[in-house]
Design a binder for this molecule. Structure first.
Ligand code: AMP
Ligand code: ZN
Ligand code: ZN
Length: 428
């Protein structure tokens, strides 16, 4: 028979259990219903479970000076609690989206990983790659190197990509454990909540390397220009998102290093189209944007001679003679000759044959020589248990992120273009 005291105790314990369940529900909001593609890779290997977590965020086109220029309190707070590059991170040439995102995750210059532009031709395959065409963007045979998620998975560490150029392709026979098809309509906050949901998985299946991507600052920069109030608003918006991300990450009480970067900066466009076929006979060339693929060495040499000194708006090189700091040689996908702009201009190999052709109505552009144009530089912020508080770094090339991140995750890497020593000083 139950005593009255026993009854009170058992009611009390039910109430306590309910209270805990309720609190747990409140903390553990369900993962957003998003079309996450899960690839069965089994659990994290035992030796990987004690490793830290890295959340790598890309804010596309977030120029190195935007946080100071427009005010980005959350990013600046991350800089003071962690590390930053006040004068920016130097993108690889060309300073555009796909080559640079893929350089960041492979530690290789575009000439070595093969994504030499957002769109290009491969004279050996006799096929074109286009970043906006899912058929080529998701075809792993275009991508060289070992992206961080492949490196992790190969070493028994689970990974997840909430968008990243290359993440939808099977590369070197491997995929991230979790990824999504690129879709700009996915609400901003849902992306963060999905990252949090991944980090709330049981330790066995919880990814240690996670990417996250927002295009807002790139879109505003193109449409309205880097000096516009719309760009300022985009900066404030993604900064606020980074504040939310950080708050939610902190509540997990996991050893997470948050690394926030951009792929390139932005510059105000000047003038109309520069059409290279105004000077050079390119009728026998395959072209893609400003890239030119000659049928023979003699044809490449002739076009080079025709373009040499033709305009002070660009320099032309035989591919083998492109300035060494651009690392833009040694790959047939680059074409020959190679034109490098001297200012923020529009350029293409062949004029359009469309009578209604006009210069697109956009105000900002990137893609230019990142050593000549400071405006091409991108942000770098990092914060977490492995990052030294208040550390700053001189401008560094983004190929150096790969050895830095793989060191945090304790993953062994092969030879790459980046060097571990460059970011060693900001490690705890
Ligand atoms: P751009 O500024 O021309 O170098 O390209 C930037 C654009 O690439 C962004 O505005 C996005 O629309 C697009 N983009 C970024 N990531 C992806 C992706 N993973 N898949 C397809 N398109 C992407
Ligand atoms: Zn971009
Ligand atoms: Zn862009």
């Amino acid at each position: 028979m139950k005593t009255k005291f026993g009854d009170v105790i058992s009611r009390l314990s039910i109430a306590i259990v309910l209270l805990f369940m309720f609190r747990n529900c409140e903390q553990k909001q369900p993962a957003p219903a998003l079309p996450v593609i899960a690839v069965e890779h089994g659990p994290n290997a035992a030796e990987q479970r004690q490793k830290p977590y890295v959340v790598l965020v890309s804010l596309d086109g977030f120029r190195y000076d935007y946080a100071q220029k427009y005010g980005a309190p959350n990013l600046l707070a991350i800089a003071s609690r962690g590390a930053s590059a006040p004068d920016g991170m130097i993108p690889a040439y060309p300073s555009v989206t796909f080559p640079n995102h893929y350089t960041i995750v492979t530690g290789l210059y575009p000439e070595h990983h093969g994504i030499v532009a957002n769109s290009f031709y491969d004279p050996e395959r006799k096929q074109s790659y286009k970043y906006s065409d899912p058929k080529t963007a998701t075809d792993g045979s275009w991508y060289g190197g070992t992206p961080l998620w492949v490196l992790a998975e190969n070493q028994g560490m689970r990974s997840a990509c909430f968008f990243w150029p290359g993440s939808e392709a099977e590369i070197a026979g491997q995929r991230p454990s979790y990824y999504l098809k690129y879709d700009e309509k996915v609400p901003d906050e849902d992306r963060i909540d999905q990252v949090i949901a991944w980090l709330r998985l049981p330790a066995a299946t919880r990814p240690h390397f996670i990417t996250l991507y927002y295009p807002d600052t790139d879109h505003a920069g193109h449409e309205f220009g880097p000096e516009s109030p719309e760009e300022a608003a985009a900066v404030h918006h993604v900064d606020e998102l980074m504040g939310h991300l950080e708050t939610k990450l902190n509540k997990l009480h996991l050893p997470i290093d948050l690394i926030i970067v951009a792929d390139h900066g932005m510059e105000t466009l000047q003038g109309g189209w520069i059409n290279l076929d105004r000077w050079a006979d390119l009728s026998d060339f395959v072209t893609d944007g400003a890239l030119m693929y000659a049928k023979s060495d003699a044809a490449a040499e002739k076009a080079y001679e025709q373009l040499r000194g033709a305009s002070d708006k660009f320099n032309v090189y035989r591919q083998r003679d492109v300035p060494a700091n651009l690392h833009y040689s040694n790959n047939p996908r680059i074409g020959d000759p190679v034109v490098v702009l001297n200012g923020p201009y529009w350029i293409r190999a062949k004029a359009s044959t469309d009578p209604n052709d006009k210069v697109p109505d956009i105000k900002g552009m990137h893609g230019y020589d990142p050593f000549r144009f400071k405006t091409m530089r991108a942000i770098f912020y990092a914060e977490g248990p492995d990052i030294r508080r208040g550390a700053t770094v001189e401008p560094f090339e983004n190929v150096n992120l790969y050895p830095f991140i793989s060191r945090i995750l304790g993953l062994s890497i092969g030879p790459v273009d980046g060097d571990r020593k460059v970011l060693q000083g900001i490690l705890q």
